[in-house]
Design a protein around this ligand. Structure first.
Ligand code: NAP
Length: 244
């Protein structure tokens, strides 16, 4: 029960990695707020746990007022906020020269601005508490450049944001790290053609795609006291596919 009675908020919790993180933190004793843009999927994730200490909450992380309300709701419900996992993310497949403005703004707005908003609002609460852990989710694509420009730029931005705020928040007892998954078997990957998936697996030394539970295990570690001296770092979970 590594996270007994800690209060954990996970964004993008309606499916994929976020759902696995909710299950992992709940299994380790945490009180969890499962946040998703889609209230119904947030509720479904929470209901799977069958545990009054896991609640679903609808919130678009790119909306500053909604993010503020979500953090207030977390504290009103469970009394504090110990861990924030900024997992929600979106992508779209666009060749750079054909990228519509709205796709650029949407991907940056959710992946980077949304992460900023959640870090800022949670950071204010954690500052008052004098402790906290924030885990931001980037992607191996941020380093390799293998992905659409908006997605890669947003995820590289998350790494820079993490480094900056890790330094600023460390004296307040708040740790901030970036989790950097490689290709992982979630609904986000469902539309990718099979031959691309096969190519990706061939490039992974451990010989398989990541599973949501692999990423959830790393999030649990980074949130835990075992990671008490780790902040501002990029932690890759990619089967050896790339080195950061
Ligand atoms: P996913 O299956 O697409 O799940 C993401 C969840 O976030 C969905 O439930 C989605 O809701 C929700 N969401 C989207 N926009 C949101 C918003 N504005 N506010 C709140 N929630 C929102 O993704 P995943 O594969 O689990 O990925 C999780 C994170 O890992 C993402 O940041 C992704 O970029 C990153 N990542 C994924 C991979 C991979 O291979 N899967 C690799 C590297 C990094 P809707 O479905 O209703 O839109």
């Amino acid at each position: 029960m590594k996270h007994q009675d800690k209060v954990v908020l996970v964004t993008g919790a309606g499916q994929g990695m976020g759902q696995a993180m909710v299950a992992r933190f709940a299994a380790e004793g945490a009180k969890v707020i499962a946040v998703d843009i889609n209230q119904a999927s947030a509720d479904t994730t929470a209901a799977k746990e069958g545990n009054a200490n896991v609640i679903g909450l609808g919130c678009d992380i790119s909306d500053p007022a909604a993010v503020r309300d979500a953090m207030v709701k977390a504290v009103d419900t469970f009394g504090r906020l110990d861990v924030l996992v900024n997992n929600a993310g979106v992508g779209s497949v666009d060749a750079f020269l054909d990228t519509p403005d709205e796709h650029w703004h949407k991907v940056i707005g959710v992946n980077l601005t949304g992460t900023f908003l959640c870090c800022r609002e949670a950071g204010r609460i954690m500052q008052q508490q004098g402790s906290g852990a924030i885990i931001n989710v980037s992607s191996t694509a941020a380093v390799s450049g293998e992905g659409p420009s908006h997605y890669v730029a947003s995820k590289a931005g998350v790494m820079g944001l993490t480094r900056s705020i890790a330094r600023e928040l460390a004296p307040m007892g708040i740790r901030v790290n970036t989790l950097v998954p490689g290709p992982t078997n979630t609904p986000m990957m469902a539309d990718i053609p099979e031959e691309w998936t096969a190519q990706m697996v061939a490039a992974i030394p451990l010989g398989r795609m990541g599973e949501p539970a692999d990423i959830a295990a790393a999030a649990s570690f980074l949130a835990s006291d075992d990671a008490a001296f780790i902040t501002g770092q990029n932690i890759a979970v990619n089967g050896g596919m790339a080195f950061l």
